[in-house]
Design a protein around this ligand. Structure first.
Ligand code: NDP
Length: 266
């Protein structure tokens, strides 16, 4: 029987995950389907339960359900446990296993696809939601010289700084106003076509501005270019790399990503 997978989110129509997993399945000869499911904002757990009852084998979870997915999982991988957020669910006889592949996906995209060295760099992470939580530890593992988290609700950034330690600074968007080598937008502002109130001084001619949003130019990337960032990238590479990691969790095979990134870019 063909194995069923899905991605749950709200909104979900923009998701490219079904195309990506279809490409991975073709590439590796796996017999599986992967669909996008719009979960009601107050009905995520019910939606997942229905999918499991209909022979679902696993699922990805996107905005805004990653923290809810963390609570729903009965077992957690060590990286999901540390992140406090889940983007990958596996269903088996023992129930729901939660994992988080976002951080591995972002670091793979930055280092392998965008050829960035993160060690010794000054990194500014914008946002303190599920996506931000998932990437902090893998970024810290690369030993940056400075790590600042800025968020609209500063107390949420402070919570993450306290949780992950390592001398992380938490602040508001406006208070981050010194130069950074890498600025990562992990807010959901781009989804709404909005720009957080950032200082132009965070960008220099050595800054990579990275927006986790993908599929269109965003006000953040445009603001970064206007204010002198030397390079910009959307989050398509991260999306494909985190999907490859999820595919490995489910199927035990690691797909090649370069061709899939090139195909989706074109
Ligand atoms: P969450 O809902 O968990 O968190 C949202 C975050 O964005 C919070 O920090 C919130 O601040 C902030 N925020 C929301 N709206 C605004 C706004 N208008 N201005 C400033 N800040 C805002 O979402 P996720 O963390 O799951 O996702 C965030 C983004 O990352 C989404 O765009 C998502 O698509 C993208 N993403 C991309 C991935 C990829 O593979 N490329 C993987 C994961 C996520 P506050 O705390 O104040 O509410």
């Amino acid at each position: 029987m063909t194995d069923r997978y899905a991605v749950f989110g709200h909104p979900i129509a923009h998701s490219k995950s079904p195309q990506i997993h279809a490409a991975f399945a073709r590439q590796t000869g796996q017999d599986m389907t992967y669909e996008a499911i719009l979960a009601p904002l107050d009905g995520f757990a019910e939606c997942v339960a229905q999918f499991m009852a209909a022979d679902g084998r696993g699922a990805n979870v996107t905005v805004p359900f990653k923290e809810e997915a963390y609570k729903l999982a009965q077992r957690l991988s060590p990286r999901a446990q540390r992140a406090g957020a889940v983007n990958t669910l596996s269903f088996d006889a023992d129930g729901i296993l939660g994992d988080n592949t976002d951080g591995a996906g972002l670091v793979a995209d930055l280092t392998r696809n965008l050829h960035q060295t993160l060690g010794g760099k000054r990194i500014l992470l914008l946002g303190a939601g599920g996506a931000a939580r998932g990437v902090i530890e893998p970024l810290l593992d690369q030993q940056p010289a400075a790590f600042v988290i800025a968020n609209r609700t500063v107390s949420r950034a402070q919570e993450l700084a306290d949780l992950f330690g390592h001398g992380i600074t938490a602040c508001s968007f406006e208070a981050a106003d010194t130069p950074f080598d890498i600025v990562i937008n992990a807010t959901a502002a781009s989804l709404a076509g909005e720009l957080p109130p950032l200082s132009p001084r965070i960008f220099t001619d050595n800054t990579l501005a990275y927006d986790m949003m993908y599929g269109r130019d965003t006000p953040f990337l445009s603001f970064a270019r206007t204010n002198g960032a030397s390079a910009t990238s959307d989050g398509l590479g991260m999306l494909i790399e985190q999907a490859a990691e999820a595919f490995f969790v489910w199927r035990g095979e690691r797909p090649e990503t370069a061709a899939v990134i090139a195909a989706l870019r074109s």
